[in-house]
Design a protein around this ligand. Sequence first.
Ligand code: AMP
Ligand code: ZN
Length: 115
Amino acid sequence: MSKNCLFCKIAKGEIPSYKIYEDEKIFAFKDINPLAPIHILIIPKKHIVGLDTVSEEDEKILGNVQIVMSKIAKQFPEMKNGFRIVNNCGADGGQTVLHIHYHLLGGRVFSWPPG
Ligand code: AMP
Ligand code: ZN
């Protein structure tokens, strides 16, 4: 828990969110500014700043995050043909909240390359 971290507060229920999934170590909620029909953020409850600061000890939780994202995606018929996972890392990656999070986007076709 980092004292002034928005996503730590959301994971603890101190700031309201539209919860999609929760277990002991992972929390998922709707993005407040959806960029697709389905836009969910998945976070470890542990305060990790970003993919640029992870360590070996995070191997299990980051693996579990991927399994959870797969399970969530399966619950939405809009994602039966696929979905997009995004992690924005650091200033150049466009990260605005410094608590690692994965965007699960679905319900439309996504283009490549990204902007
Ligand atoms: P990023 O730009 O990758 O750091 O993503 C941060 C995301 O958090 C953005 O898509 C925001 O719309 C989203 N966001 C910011 N504040 C909230 C909030 N209170 N509840 C849900 N999502 C939020
Ligand atoms: Zn945090």
